[in-house]
Design a protein around this ligand. Structure first.
Ligand SMILES: [Zn+2]
Length: 175
């Protein structure tokens, strides 16, 4: 019998039409590759080489990957990020909580590290530094993250995904 894998051990490769999905999977903690310009054969060979789940909007690519026995998710019918995350959850029970301590950089897939406000001196505006006390730094590209106003949007999207799936009903009752 297979041992249950930690949800965050899943790895993905996302086709060039799904940049938003790549960013979200990284924020949710998944090692996710994304290239703006890549052929179907390259996507398939990287997925195979690394044991990555291929995520695509392309029906032909989906069929081709499936025939080769790869793990593949088809998102051709899912038009927005809520529908896309919901579908990914249905296939692979992806994690739906963002913990920045375990997130990947949405831009480069680098690992984030929690840093003290003095460590981001010169990297963010002083007004941001004064307003927020927690920061995360991408160890690869150097971009700094904090739970700014966009955080509310992120939480709302995840809440809507959970509502559609029907998980976390208890959380919803409290709101
Ligand atoms: Zn980065």
């Amino acid at each position: 019998m297979l041992m249950p894998m930690s949800k965050r051990q899943l790895k993905f490769i996302v086709d060039s039409m799904l940049g938003d999905v790549a960013r979200w999977l990284r924020m949710l903690g998944y090692d996710t590759l994304y290239f703006k310009d890549i052929s179907d054969n390259q996507l398939i060979s990287i997925a195979k080489r690394d044991g990555r789940i291929l995520v695509t909007r392309d029906k032909t690519l989906f069929t081709k990957a499936k025939r080769k026995g790869l793990g593949v998710v088809y998102l051709g019918k899912a038009q927005d990020i809520i529908a896309r995350l919901t579908t990914l959850y249905k296939y692979h029970s992806i994690n739906l909580e963002i913990d920045p301590n375990r997130s990947r950089c949405p831009i480069c897939n680098g690992i984030l590290k929690h840093v003290e406000p003095w460590e981001v001196k010169g990297k963010v505006d002083n007004s941001i530094k004064e307003r927020y006390s927690e920061f995360w730094l991408c160890t690869k590209c150097g971009k700094v993250y904090w739970k700014g106003t966009h955080w509310i949007t992120i939480e709302k999207i995840l809440l809507e995904v959970k509502r559609r799936i029907g998980v976390d009903r208890e959380d919803l009752k409290e709101n």
